[in-house]
Design a protein around this ligand. Structure first.
Ligand SMILES: [Zn+2]
Length: 110
């Protein structure tokens, strides 16, 4: 998996760049809708096929992701970010924010 190490460093144990945790599984891109200390919530659209009407329906997915200390100043609400799956860190968190993507690129995803 491709890793782009941020310029800053941190002492976060659960940081994929400076800590011990490894990333595996799936990646998602989405818009940050909430920010907490060490955690962000992202939201993105997905389409599902409805057989009865033979059409696609748009649903939203929300995912909680850990925010490493080295990215906490860079990422704020409204930004588009990429998250990667890791082992479950807590009941809700099994993703880590890995990088910010620029907004024009992010709007294409939505
Ligand atoms: Zn870090």
């Amino acid at each position: 998996m491709e890793k782009q190490t941020p310029n800053t460093t941190c002492n976060d144990r659960l940081c994929p760049f400076h800590g011990q945790i490894s990333l595996r599984g799936r990646n998602f891109k989405g818009k940050v809708i909430k920010k907490f200390p060490k955690r962000v919530v992202i939201e993105f659209d997905r389409t599902i096929f409805v057989q009865k009407y033979e059409r696609y329906s748009k649903r939203k997915t929300k995912l909680h992701a850990r925010l490493p200390d080295c990215l906490k100043d860079e990422i704020s609400i409204g930004d588009y970010i990429e998250i990667a799956e890791c082992r479950p860190i807590s009941k809700m968190i099994h993703f880590i924010a890995i990088k910010k993507i620029n907004n024009s690129e992010g709007e294409k995803i939505q």
